[in-house]
Design a binder for this molecule. Structure first.
Ligand code: ARG
Length: 576
């Protein structure tokens, strides 16, 4: 079952086109597309091919549609197509076809109908990548959660995905941090909880040096010493990286996110000078006012925005490091593609380095996958009451605490451990789902009440739908037994089977334009479709094939919900 329903219908539709009287007048290579219907009342799938062809052939679209419907052979698979509106062709699957799909899905618990890529690609994913010695703030949540979801989906369809946390572990902030470490450090604080202490010294020095030229100079000297390889400064730098990584790892553990590599910016230091020389020799970079730049005269957007790759004082930049990073990923990690999940303000930076990479003759598929901002209820950047940026660790704590209150109220008799475990799943899941159910470019409003609501497009609603699919087997007293007879009788059953089958169309669609919200919204629709089935179709009261079929529907819905939520990085629980 590697073909989706849409693909099977499309082959039949294209075969029908080839048999029409206008087959030879169609544009070369014309291939008709099939879309899922919005409303099952009019069919399961539809095509606007007749309208497109009518325009090109200068004929009446309904007439074209009728001709296609006439040559269409649905076999056992689909009913005779219907024409609607200006010339849509609507398709409806036969009950037999739905039953066959359903059985095939039950036999495929690992993939649930999702096809594997024919040629797996090696894809390096670059996401999260916070700057060291600063805590991750709520803005980092977007890239971290979206990136992780893309990794999970892409691995699921069979790609070889390498995740790399390109942390900002080198740069001017280290002059200030090292000066602060030497002069302001509270030793016991750094041992107890390093990140807040690092943040404290960074903030203090940063604020002071703004109107203290002497201090600013002292920081710059510390930075120059670090860059020159001074042992003491290198040791402090290493220590700050080490403690920062430990702090970051705690958050990733909680989010259940793992990186294959942590190749931070500093990893590429030794490669920057030779790279700049190479770009000069190749005529790609040139000197301008003492700096080394790459110009983009032919690109309208970048014509007046050169990329600087070496400053006149000899220092290298963010762009230089990223160019070296691309080299490493292609040569050492054997990347066919690299995906960068980074905030939208870095668009120009990535346009530039991708263009330079092309000029160097590299042909890896480089994708910039931007995202917008998280806003507070006032539609401004989210801040704490005291005006600071909101820290990610605090957000996770609060989400879990709020989820605990809900679980406790709903199930006062659960054990304390059970309540805590469920609260962790729901709290973390809610934060992730609030992110993943939005289109990534949308600036979304961070609101506890909506994200933790038990109704609506939320994680608690979806997890609860999963819990319901499990409850029936608890009532039954045993797990699902595969292999029973399958017969679809009620409309609500057919609606549900069709939705379940569309999981295989959803995952590739979500990946094709890097939109986890396509998957999130699918799961929400699946949960509501299940809900309707649940209301309309008694299960345990029935007998024979009807009962078997409905039990199988509960089981499969549970499997797809758990797998789908798992691809979003969200866990399920058996009770809530
Ligand atoms: N550290 C950067 C930041 O916080 C993000 C790095 C993104 N990845 C990259 N290869 N440039 O803005």
């Amino acid at each position: 079952m590697s073909e989706t329903i849409a693909q099977q219908l499309a082959s039949r539709l294209n075969a029908a086109l080839a048999k029409t009287d206008f087959a030879h007048d169609m544009p070369e290579g014309f291939s008709a597309q099939i879309d899922q219907a919005q409303n099952r009342q009019f069919g399961d799938y539809q095509s606007n091919a007749a309208m497109i062809l009518a325009k090109q052939l200068k004929r009446n679209p309904r007439e074209i549609a009728t001709a296609i419907a006439g040559t269409f052979d649905g076999g056992e698979f689909s009913e005779k197509p219907e024409i609607a509106g200006p010339g849509f062709i609507n398709f409806r699957l036969t009950t037999t076809a739905l039953e066959e799909r359903f059985k095939a899905l039950l036999d495929d618990p690992a993939l649930l109908g999702v096809a594997q890529v024919e040629v797996p690609q090696t894809i390096v994913t670059d996401f999260s990548a916070p700057n060291v010695a600063k805590p991750m703030h709520v803005g980092h949540i977007r890239g971290t959660i979206i990136g992780d979801c893309l990794v999970r989906m892409s691995r699921f369809i069979g790609n070889n995905v390498v995740s790399d946390n390109h942390i900002g572990d080198w740069g001017t902030q280290f002059g200030m941090i090292i000066w602060g470490w030497k002069n302001l450090l509270d030793k016991s604080a750094i041992e107890a909880d390093p990140i807040p202490e690092l943040l404290r010294i960074y903030r203090e020095v940063n604020a002071k040096q703004k109107d203290d030229a002497e201090l600013a100079e002292a920081c710059r000297e510390e930075l120059v010493k670090l860059q020159g390889g001074d042992e003491e400064n290198l040791a402090i730098w290493e220590k700050t990286i080490e403690v920062s990584k430990i702090g970051l790892q705690k958050i990733y553990d909680r989010l259940e996110i793992e990186f294959d590599y942590w190749l931070g910016e500093s990893f590429y230091n030794s490669q920057l000078a030779p790279l700049v020389d190479e770009l000069m020799a190749a005529g790609i970079a040139e000197e301008s006012d003492g700096a080394i730049c790459v110009f983009f005269p032919d690109d309208e957007k970048m014509a007046d925005k050169p990329a600087i790759i070496r400053k006149s004082d000899g220092g290298f930049l963010y762009a230089t490091t990223d160019l070296a990073t691309i080299d490493y990923r292609i040569k050492q990690l054997k990347a066919d593609a690299a995906w960068y999940v980074v905030g939208a303000p870095q668009q120009l930076h990535f346009d530039q380095i991708f263009e330079i990479s092309r000029r160097r003759g590299q042909n890896a598929d480089l994708q910039f996958i931007p995202f917008g901002s998280i806003l507070g209820k006032d539609r401004k950047m989210l801040r704490t009451r005291s005006g600071d940026t909101v820290q990610l660790a605090d957000v996770l704590d609060e989400a879990v605490e709020r989820a605990y209150q809900i679980v406790d109220k709903k199930n006062p008799d659960f054990s304390e451990k059970e309540k805590r475990d469920i609260a962790e799943v729901i709290g973390i899941g809610s934060v992730k789902y609030a992110e993943l159910s939005q289109f990534r470019m949308t600036d979304y409003i961070f609101d506890w009440d909506t994200m933790l609501a038990l109704k609506g497009n939320t994680a608690p609603y979806l997890i609860n739908a999963y819990v319901r699919t499990r409850a029936i087997f608890r009532k039954l007293g045993s797990d699902f037994e595969p292999g029973g007879a399958i017969t679809l009788t009620a409309d609500a059953e057919k609606d549900l089977v069709l939705k379940l089958a569309q999981f295989s169309e959803t995952v590739p669609a979500a990946l094709s334009d890097f939109r986890p919200n396509t998957l999130a919204n699918y799961l929400y629709e699946l949960a509501t479709t299940y809900h309707k089935f649940w209301e309309a179709c008694p299960v345990l009261k029935e007998e024979g094939a009807v009962r078997e079929t409905r039990l199988a529907l509960c089981e499969l819905t549970g499997q797809v919900l758990r797998k789908g939520l798992g691809l979003l990085g969200i866990r399920t629980t058996e009770k809530m």
